[in-house]
Structures are given as C-alpha cells and as structure tokens.
Ligand binder design. Structure first.
Ligand SMILES: Cc1ncc(COP(=O)(O)O)c(C=O)c1O
Length: 356
C-alpha cells in the first residue's frame, strides 16, 4: 500500500531524457549530473537509470563514495573536488575524477605522491565567479598540475546565463574558455542542459546535463514537454478532508483567503514539511482526479487547501497530483516564485520515493 503522500520516479523517462541529450550532442561524451541526491529523485535510482552514460557527476565526495559502495563502476567526477588531504586520498582509493578549482587544491596535489591514476578537471572561471581559476592564472596552474604527474588533465567551465538565449554572455564565456585552453591538450567540457539545447558551440568533448535528465526545461518560456522531455517525478497525495465553507469564512494560517460564497473546500495531505513550496500562491493548480483545482490560503506544514466548488464528485481519499504528468513542475515553480530545481531538490525524506 502506498503512503498518503509519495513520489514516483520514472526510470525509463530518465533514459528517454538521456536519449534527448544524445540527439542534441551526438558527438559528445555525456557526464550526467546527479548531485543533490539526483536532483531530489534519489541518487542510486537515478544512477541505475543512467548506466549507459559515459560518466556520472556529483558535487561532494560523500555522494561519490555512496555510489562506489553501491557498486557503480562508471567514471565518476566530483564537481567541488577535494578540500583536504584525507579527501584527496579517498579520490585515489575510490577512483574518482577531481575538479580542481582553487590554488589550495593544487598545493595538496603537489604534496602528494602516487597520483598517476588520478584524472583531473581543471576548471576555468569564465565569468560566473563561482568555482574556477581566472584565465590569467590558468597556464601557470596547468604547468603546476602537469608536474604532479597525474593520469590526465581535462578542462571545464560552467555557463552562468545559458538559459537566456538572447544573452551575449554565453558566447563570451565559450570564447574565453576556447581561447584559454587552446594551447593545452586535454578533453573539454562546457555545456549544461541549457547549453545542450541552445548553444551549439558549447558542445565540446563532454556535455554535463543535469536538469533535462529529470524532464525539466531549463528555459522559462518552454516546458520540458515542448523540448521532447518526459517528467520523471510525479508527486502525489490524497484528499483527507472535505467540508463546506460559508461566505466570509477564512482558510488557513493568517486567514489570508476568505470565501466570497458558499463553497466546497478540500484539504490535501501535503505541505512544506514534504517540500511543497510554502510560497505557492492562491490559484496554483493542483490535479484532483486529473482535473485542475486552485490552491487557496497559505500552505501549512502538513496540508494545503483547494477549492472543490467545481468538483462535486470529489471525495476523501481521492488521488491528487501536485506535479508530474499533466501538471509541469515548471508551472508550479512559477506560481511559487522559484525555479523547478528547488522544488524537486526540496522533497523531504518523509515523502517515500517509489521507482517505476
Ligand atoms: C558544474 C556543473 N555542471 C553541470 C551542471 C548541470 O546543470 P543543469 O542542471 O542546468 O543541466 C551543474 C548544475 O548546476 C553544475 O554545477
């Protein structure tokens, strides 16, 4: 029996979305980004679906070790690299690719022997001002890493504005990266999901899709479905109470929503304690028995309310879809004033995830 509130994770949909990466970047190798617990979908489930990808990438070493201990043997990169000697030892022990983005990491490498099996990704900060070396220091850092005698040195950068197809910054970033790495030999990687869809010149040796694997569009003006993606997470709950409300009665904390007529109110067993966004505004769509009804009042920790006035047949224990097929998580994100990344990553541990 499924719990009252649960999410299903459609593994074939992940494989379908991976095939869309191949459609857009047929020449590139694919490093699938499954950090933050597979963008909230479940690290091991997602990795299982991506067994044909050329590499997996996570942000932190503990996620990588978890994958290795679970038996995943693919090339596995850690996007934040290592922060101390012990972590560097673990990179060698678990055969992990390390992203090198700061001078402290270079010093740790210089003070360690036996690096011949270690693969590095030297990261250029091409304008995002997050992780990476500036173009002016890149050559010196490359020489220092070469002297460390590692297995190979690859190059990467990350795009800051690729989801805006009219923003010239992306081409500037690509051009700076291309110019900076040109004198050196090594595989290159630039594109995230938005790069894969919108910026052909970002498709270098390796692409690094994250969001699109989960069926979600990186663009505000296009849905995943319009890009030929399939949603992976379906978030479900049930109606747990239905009551009649009189004109003038208020709903929820703060009484921010007041009935302007006699109406039918439904209470659904999901709230911000499950990861549903507290800031979803009144009118945010919810599917009750496959039909849209509007959210009303403030979202609580365990419940939210909907207007069932046009659902006279709805009854307690009916199934509710919060997002998934027929109700894109991107649409909910807009209603909550956020991005779909935060919604799927924010599903809490009390929501059971069921692999399909
Ligand atoms: C370094 C790096 N590469 C690739 C990705 C994947 O990006 P996206 O989920 O937008 O495809 C991320 C995600 O933020 C990242 O940090």
């Amino acid at each position: 029996m499924n719990p009252v509130t649960y999410a299903t994770i459609d593994l074939p949909a992940i494989q379908h979305n991976l095939s869309r990466v191949r459609d857009y970047a047929p020449e590139a190798q694919i490093m699938t980004v499954i950090k933050a617990d597979g963008y909230g979908h479940g690290l091991l489930s997602v990795a299982k679906a991506l067994i044909t990808a050329d590499a997996l990438a996570v942000a932190r070493i503990d996620e990588a070790i978890r994958l290795r201990k679970a038996g995943f043997k693919q090339r596995l990169a850690v996007l934040e690299g290592f922060i101390n000697r012990e972590e560097l030892d673990a990179f060698i022990l678990y055969d992990l690719d390390a992203v090198v983005h700061c001078v402290e990491q270079v010093a740790l490498l210089e003070n360690k022997n036996g690096l011949h099996s270690l693969s590095l990704w030297l990261k250029l900060d091409s304008g995002m001002n997050r992780l990476g070396f500036k173009a002016t220091e890149f050559a010196t850092i490359f020489q220092r890493l070469t002297a460390c005698v590692v297995a190979n040195i690859n190059f990467m950068t990350h795009l800051a504005n690729a989801d805006d197809e009219s923003d010239p910054k992306t081409l500037e970033q690509i051009s700076l990266f291309t110019k900076t790495v040109k004198p050196f030999k090594g595989a290159c990687s630039i594109a995230n999901s938005a790069g894969i869809f919108a910026w052909k010149s970002s498709l270098s040796d390796w692409v690094r899709p994250g969001l699109m694997l989960y069926g979600i569009s990186p663009f505000e003006e296009k849905t995943g479905q319009q890009l030929g993606l399939k949603p992976v997470m379906q978030l479900y709950s049930h109606l747990v109470s239905i009551k009649e409300l009189q004109k003038g009665e208020a709903v929820g904390y703060g009484g921010t929503w007041v009935a302007d007529k006699t109406m039918r109110l439904g209470i659904i067993a999901i709230g911000y304690g499950d990861g549903y966004p507290r800031h979803a505004k009144a009118g945010t769509p919810v599917l009750v028995n496959g039909q849209r009804v509007p959210l009303i009042g403030r979202v609580s920790m365990d419940t939210l309310a909907v207007d069932l006035s046009f659902q006279s047949h709805a009854k307690v224990y009916d199934l509710v879809t919060l997002w998934g097929d027929g109700l894109a998580v991107e649409e909910i994100a807009v209603c909550a004033g956020t991005i779909a990344y935060t919604l799927v990553c924010g599903i809490t541990s009390r929501v059971m995830k069921i692999e399909m």
